[in-house]
Design a binder for this molecule. Structure first.
Ligand code: NAD
Ligand code: MN
Length: 500
């Protein structure tokens, strides 16, 4: 019997008791992993163990795939109408709404993000996403294609079957919603692995899935490590599609496992090193505020983080002065305190990784304008950090740091900044600040990125495509685009009387 997680929240932001089973979620039940092992869940504000959750093994992946296939063949897939799927997904969205504070509190506890952001961004956007795809479930249709009068030709967008989904720790609940939404709307069954660093909201969601009434086996959630459980999913012979969000490094492994096993269909949402471009004529106060939100939101652990801030030479000095002040004013601390903007980084590994990037910047001769050190002595807190005096050979300019560390770089004109901004292997997002619409749109179009923001940054909607150019990914999530990842298109040709 898997153990239960019981926790009494007594924080300024949320008071209340939570209690739920922490097993693997297979066929609608909470069970132990087949090796009876567990994973410790760590609170990043103090490094202490919160609880432990069951650890899945490759054998559990086999079991989950089997029940998911059975559900697909009997109660889901082409055996459940779009309307049925839509109703269940709608119920899930309502339950998420009813449990919004609890979900947000769990996310804050496990990940370290602030309760306020978790509640107003992560949980709110997750609900939007499930509701949005509930609307799609009965609108996934093929086409009738005119060929000749002797033939009826049409396409069916059939569900793929059992799909594998592997998600990261930076937006645990939201990445789960982005994966579940389109997969369920299209009628697939699911084996999903949350990040080993943040399993709690995914497990809570399993309780809500049961409460909503999803048939057993439609969604299976296996908490486990990447190299074992994750790899067993991406290399499974009976999973025909894997969707992954995480680092570019692991994305490569996913593709390799897919290639070496059954050539499963792969979609990837990977890292970034997004440029944030501020022209001379930008509203300076707004540009400073957005640039800070661009890099420091979610403690810099955002795949679209505007980590390279390009500022035109005419306003460079003034921008830097104000941006430095703005950065210094960011409140770092307890995720449950109402005034906190930035909590701890998610884990000790990430903390060490980010600190070593900061060290490498210092070693390479970059100038720390603000921050550059650990904050406090307990937990994984890092000061919001801004570097200047950088060049394109430095690691802090080229590599994704995934922490609260930005570089500010001066540029001359449009051609100069486009060349510098596109000088990266990534292509996830970019932002442009200027009131001049011609310049804004021209620049946005010339940037090699899957998302271009004009006079804003880190803005997402459930109905708007999201994904990367270049090494930032393959395929698009959100919007109608994500549905393409979860159907197999079948062309049917019906002879209406042509004799051979
Ligand atoms: P990660 O790549 O280390 O892990 C992501 C997931 O993959 C986790 O569940 C992990 O357990 C699993 N995994 C690890 N090794 C695996 C393997 N060999 N086979 C199968 N699965 C494996 O990434 P992370 O540290 O959790 O997240 C941070 C990264 O994710 C950053 O690079 C960030 O940019 C990226 N990210 C991208 C997006 C996006 O939409 N583009 C969104 C969020 C995060
Ligand atoms: Mn944690």
């Amino acid at each position: 019997m898997p153990s239960a997680f019981t926790h009494e929240f007594n924080t300024p932001a949320f008071k209340g008791k939570v209690s739920f089973s922490t097993g693997l979620f297979i066929n609608g039940q909470f069970v132990d992993g087949s090796d009876n092992t567990t994973i410790d869940v760590i609170n990043p504000t103090n490094g202490k163990v919160i609880t432990s959750v069951s650890e899945a093994t490759p054998k559990d992946v086999d079991i989950a795939v089997e029940v998911a296939q059975k559900a697909f063949d009997t109660v889901w897939g082409l055996n459940a109408s779009g309307a049925t799927r839509s109703i269940l997904m709608g119920k899930l969205a309502i339950l998420m709404q009813e449990n919004a504070d609890e979900l947000a509190a769990l996310e804050a506890l496990d990940n370290g993000k602030t309760f306020n952001f978790a509640r107003n961004i992560d949980v709110a956007s997750s609900i939007d996403c499930i509701r949005y795809y509930a609307g799609w479930a009965d609108k996934v249709t093929g086409q009738v294609l005119e060929t000749t009068e002797a033939k009826l030709t049409y396409t069916r967008h059939e569900p793929i079957g059992v799909v594998g989904q592997i998600i990261p720790w930076n937006f645990p609940l939201l990445m789960m919603a982005w994966k579940l939404g389109p997969a369920l709307a299209c009628g697939n069954t699911i084996v999903l692995k949350p990040s080993e660093f943040t399993p709690l909201t995914a497990i809570k969601m399993c309780h809500l899935l049961n409460e909503a009434g999803f048939p057993p086996g439609v969604i299976n959630v296996l908490t486990g490590y990447g190299g074992t459980t994750g790899n067993a999913i991406s290399s499974h012979m009976k999973i025909e599609k894997v969707a992954f969000t995480g680092s570019t490094l692991v994305g490569r492994k996913i593709m390799e496992s897919a290639a070496k096993s059954n050539l499963k269909n792969v979609t990837l949402e990977l890292g970034g090193k997004s440029p944030n471009i501020i022209f001379d004529d930008a509203d300076l106060e707004q540009a400073v505020n957005w640039a800070a939100f661009g890099i420091f939101f979610n403690h810099g652990q955002t795949c679209t983080a505007g980590s390279r801030i390009f500022v035109q030479e005419g306003i460079y000095d003034e921008f830097l002065k104000r941006f430095t002040e703005r950065t210094r004013s960011i409140k770092v601390g307890d995720p449950f305190a109402p005034e906190t903007f930035q909590g701890p980084q998610v884990s000790e590994i990430q903390f060490n990784r980010i600190m070593s990037y900061i060290e490498s910047g210092k070693q390479a001769g970059a100038k720390v304008e603000v921050g550059g050190e650990r904050q406090g002595t307990e937990g994984y807190f890092i000061q919001p950090t801004v570097f200047t005096n950088v060049d394109s050979s430095m690691k802090i300019v080229q590599e994704e740091i995934f922490g609260p560390v930005g570089v500010v770089i001066k540029f001359k004109d449009e051609d100069d900044v486009i060349k510098q901004a596109n000088d990266t292997v990534y292509g996830l997002a970019a932002a442009v600040f200027t009131p001049n619409l011609n310049r804004a749109i021209n620049t946005a179009h010339r940037l090699k990125a899957g998302t271009a923001w004009i006079n804003c940054v880190n803005s997402f909607n459930a109905n708007v495509a999201f994904g990367g150019f270049k090494q930032s990914g393959i395929g698009r999530e959100c919007g109608e685009y994500a549905l393409h990842n979860y159907t197999s298109v079948k062309a049917v040709h019906v002879n209406l009387g042509h004799k051979m």
